[in-house]
Design a protein around this ligand. Structure first.
Ligand code: MYA
Length: 182
């Protein structure tokens, strides 16, 4: 019998593919001062209806933004019964949503409004219902309208094992992007 081999995702240290790795010319921006202020008021910026962070969306993730360090953003979600896929475990799409929310927060901290263009996710460990997922996202660079953002979610504590990683391209859009579709 051959010894079990480590999974490919466990060997990877980043979720970023060639597409979500910034090109050499990309720069890592400082936090935008206006975005820093918006961060403190993010409920008002987004309203209360966001599935990812709306504090009163009953079955939503109710992600709490718990701090930032420059454009690095920190957040937490508690996985609820309504977030299950397999019995007792968080649905992968829910985890991707949590990553989208925290990565998006980091993108917005660079200044301007951003939407997700591409989101890549590595799942490393199952996340049980009832557990807290400790989220962190940072910006690897901005080039033109594209922000290259990466992040991770840990269980058991902010320094616990990594359960999920993600990398994304967020694309800067004008404010009308959000109003013209209504
Ligand atoms: C401080 C903050 C506090 C508040 C916190 C708020 C947090 C919020 C958190 C929210 C979290 C949740 C967030 C959500 O849920 S956002 C909701 C989910 N996302 C969407 O609905 C986006 C839908 N897509 C679009 O609207 C358009 O396709 C966009 C706007 C994205 C681009 O269409 P547009 O016609 O405008 O531009 P373009 O096509 O010329 O592209 C421009 C550049 O981008 C590159 N590109 C585009 N797509 C991709 C791709 N897939 N992979 C790789 N690259 C891609 C493209 O090659 C080009 O590059 P270059 O040729 O210039 O080099």
């Amino acid at each position: 019998m051959t010894a079990p081999t480590e999974s490919r995702s466990a060997k990877r240290t980043s979720a970023a593919s060639e597409i979500t790795t910034p090109p050499p010319g990309a720069t890592v921006p400082a936090v935008d001062p206006a975005a820093g202020q918006e961060y403190e008021l993010s409920d008002e910026v987004l309203g209360n209806e966001c599935f990812g962070c709306g504090p009163h969306v009953e079955h939503g993730l109710q992600m709490k933004r718990i701090g930032r360090d420059g454009t690095t953003a920190y957040g937490e979600i508690v996985v609820k019964r309504e977030h299950q896929g397999a019995p007792g475990l968080a649905h992968g799409g829910i985890l991707a949503t949590a990553m989208d929310e925290i990565l998006g927060t980091s993108a917005w901290l660079t200044g301007g409004r951003y939407v997700t263009g591409r989101l890549e996710t590595d799942y490393l460990a199952p996340v049980p219902v009832g557990s807290t997922l400790y989220l962190k996202a940072w910006c690897n660079g901005v080039e033109g309208r594209k922000a290259y953002i990466e992040g991770e979610g840990r269980i058991g504590g902010p320094d616990g094992p990594v359960a999920v990683r993600a990398a994304a391209i967020f694309v800067r859009v004008p404010m009308e992007h959000f109003t013209k579709q209504r």
